[in-house]
Design a binder for this molecule. Structure first.
Ligand code: NAD
Length: 472
């Protein structure tokens, strides 16, 4: 079998959209149902591919890559009709007899580019939304998760409309070529540096984009919550997928006493989850590749006194792509680990004076994708709501906010633009077209037409006109 060139693939998906067959709800339903079948019939192969790429437990792989996407597909199927229908809205009194409505239309042919950390989830979740909105799609999975990329390229043509939904495998060269073409929308998930490349390329064709980026997601915790329980919740959010989660808590802000207690409790939670030697645990994953493992090992071994005290972990084996779950206490804001998104299993705790200092610390840095506060203090909760900006704000839990389908998921500022999940996905991949129809007569009230004599000027401006021109 010969692999089609990128221009051929784009032409085919464009023709599929131009044929009009992706627009009826029947096609969208069939494709979403086929996605559901693909996920259930291929669940074990999906788990295997994720385990091969990320070395994590297959149950965790099932949860994030199969279960989460199946739930989204079911949600879209249940709500397809209501989320895609044309809505009547009130017309203006000026229009006289008329009807106004908003028609939700597909955008056309969209490009979805994904990263390696949840390699199938981050392709299939936006794909479900793009299908629900009636688009044709080209998927570009990450080359850094090759088993998942190959599986996607095999399964998509097997289950879905072969012309309307296609996969292009490859790395930077292929993505660069894809980005040279005009699209009706580009949906990119990954780091901000490439996000900027995507945005520049899209600007050439005035293509709208969604950028699902990352960055450092801070977490504030105070003594109004059970530190022991919070530590289990934080440890799960941080060390799942070896910290390679865009919304994983990146670092903790706490007062000295709370920080010390939390460091101790998170260390205990690590032992509960992964035993005394996480390296031997079948439930603890690996870093995606040696380059990233080396980067993380460098953060552990930067020979810098600002990096704080290693409470647990602190070791890495780059060749084995292993980085121990690590807690660092009393880390200075200028430490290396506090500069860029960690995207690995290292949890620094920075000591601050209180919630106001934590908010100042957060606001002095780029807007986060996720912001967490573990607190039962109403005043603190209100302060976080009123005085911070982030993609999402979550109280007293971490990472699981993504499973609330009614909550749009996306960043703000440096953490991204646009959102998806549930109805937000349908909105992202649709254009809401305004339709106005005069039901009787062809024009609206003659008062707006020139010439503007005194009477008309008075009617338009609401001011009394003295000695104006006579109305014709
Ligand atoms: P990655 O390296 O796999 O890159 C993402 C995609 O960009 C890939 O398909 C890749 O082929 C392409 N790409 C890479 N370099 C390119 C270049 N120079 N030109 C054109 N295309 C290029 O993944 P990554 O960026 O390392 O992913 C991790 C980042 O993604 C983290 O910052 C994380 O926070 C973020 N992320 C965000 C979300 C979210 O939903 N907001 C989800 C997951 C990950």
């Amino acid at each position: 079998m010969t692999i089609p060139t990128i221009p051929q693939t784009i032409d085919e998906t464009r023709e599929a959209f131009a044929s009009g067959r992706t627009v009826p709800l029947k096609w969208r339903r069939e494709q979403l149902r086929a996605m559901g079948t693909m996920l259930s019939e291929s669940a074990e192969r999906i788990e295997q591919a994720v385990v091969e790429d990320l070395g994590k437990n297959s149950a965790e792989a099932h949860l994030t890559e199969v279960r989460a996407v199946s739930m989204e597909v079911s949600l879209l199927l249940r709500n397809l009709k209501s989320w895609t229908k044309t809505r009547r809205v009130r017309s203006s009194a000026l229009m006289g007899t008329s009807r106004a409505s908003v028609q939700r239309q597909p955008l056309g042919t969209v490009l979805i580019i994904g990263p390696w950390n949840y390699p199938l989830h981050l392709m299939l979740m936006p794909l479900a939304g793009a299908i629900a909105a009636g688009n044709s799609v080209v998927l570009k999975p990450s080359e850094m998760a090759p088993a998942c990329s190959a599986l996607l390229a095999e399964l998509v043509p097997q289950y879905l409309d072969r012309d309307a939904i296609q996969v292009v495998e490859g790395g930077v060269d292929e993505t660069t070529e894809l980005l040279e073409h005009a699209w009706d929308h580009i949906f990119y998930t990954g780091n901000g540096a490439v996000g900027s490349i995507v945005l520049k390329a899209a600007a050439e064709h005035l293509t709208p984009v969604t950028l699902e980026l990352g960055g450092k997601s801070p977490l504030w915790i105070d003594s109004s919550v059970s530190i022991k329980k919070a530590a289990r919740s934080i440890a799960w959010g941080k060390f799942t997928n070896c910290g390679q989660t865009c919304v994983a808590p990146d670092y903790v802000l706490a007062t000295a006493d709370v920080g010390a207690e939390l460091a101790d409790e998170v260390s205990k939670a690590i032992e509960e989850f992964y035993g005394t030697d996480p390296r031997q645990s079948k439930d603890y994953g690996r870093i995606i590749n040696e380059r990233h493992a080396e980067r993380l090992a460098g953060l552990l071994d930067d020979g810098d006194s600002t990096s704080g005290q290693v409470v647990t972990g602190g070791v890495a084996d780059v060749a084995a792509k292993y980085v121990a779950p690590t807690v660092l206490l009393d880390v200075a804001p200028d430490a290396a680990v506090m500069q860029d998104e960690i995207f690995g299993p290292i949890l620094p705790i920075v000591i601050v004076d209180g919630p106001d200092a934590a908010i100042d610390f957060i606001n002095a840095r780029p807007k986060p994708l996720a912001l967490y506060a573990y607190t039962r203090q109403r005043k603190t909760r209100k302060a976080f709501e009123a005085r911070t900006s982030s993609g999402g704000l979550t109280f007293n839990t971490s990472v699981v906010q993504l499973s609330v389908a009614k909550l749009p998921f996306g960043g703000v500022g440096a953490s991204g633009m646009g959102a998806y999940h549930g109805e937000a996905s349908v909105e992202t991949f649709s254009h809401d077209r305004s339709i106005l129809r005069k039901t009787r007569g062809l024009d609206f009230t003659p008062v707006v037409r020139p010439p503007y004599g005194r009477r008309k000027t008075q009617a338009i401006t609401g001011r009394k006109v003295v000695g104006g021109r006579k109305t014709h």
